[in-house]
Design a binder for this molecule. Structure first.
Ligand code: UDP
Length: 306
């Protein structure tokens, strides 16, 4: 069972699970997911979709082996627009998914986030870092919901013996990201393809590390199969400034767009790069797709939808 199965990462995850011969029941309420993302999945046997809000009780007949909780708004403008829903899906939704996993004796996997590190004071970020989060800022609804979700997973593991996993997902991109999602990669790609100026927030010196979605999904499944209850960072350690990212996208798109600087959003993390030593040791994982190759593939998708 995959909550958020009609989302960007959720839909890629459903496809990868089906490829491994695992039947999939995907749930989504379409707050940020899209029916379009289910297109190719609906054709596949062993795939079932149910429109549902996982903040309410979910009843599933029969056996469930894995419960993967990927439902949540995940881009800053989207969780800013849905702060209460974001808090609920990270807390109540996580509790419901854990309850279901417990009842079915299933393995539970939480899609957590690098946002649990907030605006990090330690760089790169290892899983042992506790983070620097502003609970009352605009990102608080997402960051604190995910931190609570991690606490829920550990509590069900310790109190009820549920087999749990936590993956901390760093910035990821790929086909099926929403054009209007508001994150850097979709904004820059849509702007470059339309010949509009790229909107770089602040002076663009803040950094991110971008992982291609196929690498990410491979890591999620490896953690599901071979991980333990402790968090695992999944992301690409290749770090770039946001300005470099914008310039790279302009070049790859063959665009003549210019760069326009805009105000930096409140609490925007200054730097972000995963320490992936634990993923390397625990599951033998590391990203294979380098930044430019990944961006080229994502750009190809954006050409088809912009
Ligand atoms: N960003 C930007 N222009 C945009 C969208 C985002 O400069 O049009 C910046 C944003 O301020 C942040 C970085 O790009 O520093 C990554 O933002 P994104 O929304 O992709 O995700 P985040 O890592 O902040 O959750």
């Amino acid at each position: 069972m995959v909550s958020g199965g009609a989302g960007f990462i959720g839909s890629h995850l459903c496809a990868a699970l089906l490829d491994r011969g695992i039947s999939v029941l995907a749930l989504d309420n379409f707050i940020t997911g899209s029916a379009d993302n289910l297109g190719a999945l609906r054709e596949r046997k062993d795939f079932e979709f149910r429109k549902a809000n996982v903040n309410e009780e979910i009843v599933v007949d029969g056996d469930v082996r894995f419960v993967l909780h990927f439902a949540s708004p995940a881009s800053p403008p989207q969780y800013d627009a849905n702060p209460i829903h974001t808090l609920k899906v990270g807390t109540l939704g996580t509790m419901n998914m854990l309850g279901l996993a417990r009842a079915k004796r299933a393995t539970f996997l939480l899609a957590s986030t690098s946002e649990v590190y907030g605006d990090p004071l330690v760089h790169p970020q290892p899983e042992t870092y506790w983070g620097n989060v502003n609970p009352i800022g605009p990102r608080g609804c997402y960051d604190e919901a995910k931190r609570c979700a991690e606490a829920f997973a550990m509590a069900y593991h310790r109190a009820h013996g549920v087999d749990t996993r936590i993956v901390r997902i760093f910035n990821t991109h790929g086909p099926r990201m929403q054009v209007l999602d508001g994150r850097a990669v979709p904004n820059f790609m849509a702007q470059a393809l339309r010949g509009q100026p790229l909107t770089v927030y602040g002076d663009g010196s803040q950094t991110r590390s971008l992982c291609y979605v196929s690498d990410l999904v491979r890591g999620v499944i490896a953690v599901l199969e071979r991980g333990d209850e402790l968090p695992v960072n999944l992301g690409n350690p290749e770090e770039v400034t946001v300005l470099e990212l914008a310039e790279t996208i302009v070049r790859l798109a063959g665009s003549d767009s210019t760069i326009e600087f805009r105000e930096l959003p409140i609490d925007d993390p200054r730097q972000r790069r995963p320490d992936i030593s634990r993923a390397r040791t625990l599951i033998g994982w590391e990203p294979e797709v380098d930044l430019e190759d990944g961006l080229r593939m994502t750009l190809e998708y954006f050409r088809s939808v912009v």
